[in-house]
Design a protein around this ligand. Structure first.
Ligand code: HEM
Length: 424
């Protein structure tokens, strides 16, 4: 990572811009578990891969770091995901209880039904086993689950294309985050145009929900946001952030799990057999979920910025220094000696629950800002995958992961196409 020539600088920036997630995978391959300084990017970008340093940065006990989300903030505004200090605590308290409230059985019931409907609609779209793109149907199902259980608003009031359009916004802002201003895409590109359309749709959906809010469940999460102190809350930003944080990530995880299972039909059969023998429970499925979250962390990296100079071990940061905690690098580095790039659920002990297995990865973050939706997400993912496995067998033609696209979560570029066959 040394050498500051213009050519080296441009190579690093091009790699980051083209596919930042694949760049993080390549850093993990070349320097497993090591913290790095990229002298050629953003004035010496710190990339954290060492789990102990990652814990220090994310626990932020020394109050050195603030959230850094770059252009995401300019697209959506200030919200619980981006604020710090007292502002963050105020915003956290608006939604925390709602995120933690749904019980496992409620999640299993609602997610089971929504993802069964998604599986059935995909099968109807390609009954002869032709390849069918699964991403949009999974996004919509995950958004509906979140509306019903966390927001407590009618999912039919959101446009069906909102999930797809929201992704355009974050594709643009992520691209901008990795692109120095001189390389900013001009506003007349396809991606800028669809991000603009996405933002307009978000605004009009939000206006419709706001108008009809008095008819929704009492004390729904949207009402809480709308009734919060207007001096401290940006309602559209808060709504959009919670929506995106809650469905995009879960949908990403489900899509990566279906992709992984499509590449391993024998694992599909083994899970179905366990579900049949154990009254709908499968320990193997727990380990598959943990393995997918380890290898494909939906949020591949977290951004922070130093508010003062600090030293921790070999890591030295200046005030204003940008830090990237590579969750890809942390998760892969932890098992550097055990084929970290292989999808291998057996690396977890037979009796590991998803939660126990997950403690060896950092896909939900760490410290005070750790994801509050982790338990919700794990149950939703489990119920979604069971709904698919009970209805369908699936195969995939692709043998490699290919390029990755990073919006809020990471996805295969151009999506995931599966060949489905009915089991019912
Ligand atoms: C597989 C699914 C999910 C993954 C991998 C995931 C990952 C993460 C990560 C890594 C963070 C920490 C961000 C940081 O420290 O900068 C986070 C924060 C957050 N997540 Fe999740 N998440 C998932 C699902 C959910 C769900 C289902 C919800 C809501 C129901 C949710 C709501 C949030 C919120 C509100 C925050 C901000 C926490 C704060 O700073 O106050 N997430 N998530």
């Amino acid at each position: 990572m040394n050498g500051t020539s213009a050519q080296a600088q441009s190579q690093v920036m091009q790699a980051l811009r083209a596919d930042p997630t694949s760049f993080l995978y390549s850093l993990s391959r070349s320097h497993p578990g090591k913290d790095l300084v990229l002298p050629n990017a953003f004035g010496g970008l710190r990339v954290i891969q060492n789990p102990a340093t990652a814990q220090w940065v994310l626990s932020n006990k020394d109050k050195v770091f603030e959230k850094y989300v770059g252009f995401h903030k300019s697209a959506l505004g200030r919200s619980r995901l981006t604020a710090d200090g007292a502002d963050w605590r105020y915003l956290r308290d608006i939604s925390q209880e709602r995120i933690l409230a749904p019980s496992s059985s409620e999640i299993a019931d609602v997610a089971g039904k929504e993802f069964a409907a998604a599986a059935d609609s995909l099968l109807r779209a390609a009954p002869e086993g032709d390849p069918v793109l699964i991403d949009d149907a999974i996004d919509v199902a995950a958004m509906r689950v979140l509306c019903r259980l966390v927001f407590k608003i009618p999912p039919d009031m959101l446009s069906n294309t909102l999930a797809q359009n929201l992704r355009s916004i974050f594709r643009l802002t992520t691209m901008a985050n990795w692109t120095p201003s001189a390389l900013m895409p001009d506003s007349d590109t396809d991606i800028a145009r669809s991000a603009q359309a996405g933002f307009q749709q978000l605004q009009s959906d939000f206006a419709r929900l706001r108008e009809n809010n008095s008819g929704f469940a009492e004390d729904n999460l949207l009402a809480r946001i709308l009734n919060a102190d207007p001096e401290r809350t940006d309602p559209l930003a808060e709504f959009a952030t919670l929506l995106v944080a809650g469905y995009e990530t879960t949908a990403s995880a489900i899509t990566w799990i279906l992709f992984s299972l499509a590449r391993a039909p024998s694992l599909q059969e083994a899970v179905r057999a366990e579900l049949g023998q154990n009254d709908g429970e499968s320990i193997l499925l727990h380990r598959i979920i943990a393995e997918a979250l380890r290898l494909f962390p939906p949020v591949p990296a977290l951004g922070r910025i130093a508010n003062r100079e600090a030293i921790k071990g070999d890591l030295r940061v200046q005030r204003g220094q940008r830090i990237v905690v590579s969750l890809v690098g942390v998760n892969l580095g932890k098992v550097a000696q055990e084929k970290p790039f292989a999808f291998h659920p057996d690396r977890f002990a037979q009796d590991d629950t998803t939660r126990r297995a997950l403690t060896s990865a950092m896909s939900f973050g760490h410290g005070q800002r750790v994801c509050p939706g982790a338990n919700f997400a794990i149950k939703e993912i489990e119920s979604a995958v069971i709904a698919f496995l009970q209805r369908l067998a699936f195969r995939i033609d692709a043998t490699t992961i290919g390029q990755i696209e990073w919006g809020i979560s990471m996805r295969r570029k151009n999506g995931t196409q599966l060949r489905l066959s009915s089991l019912t």
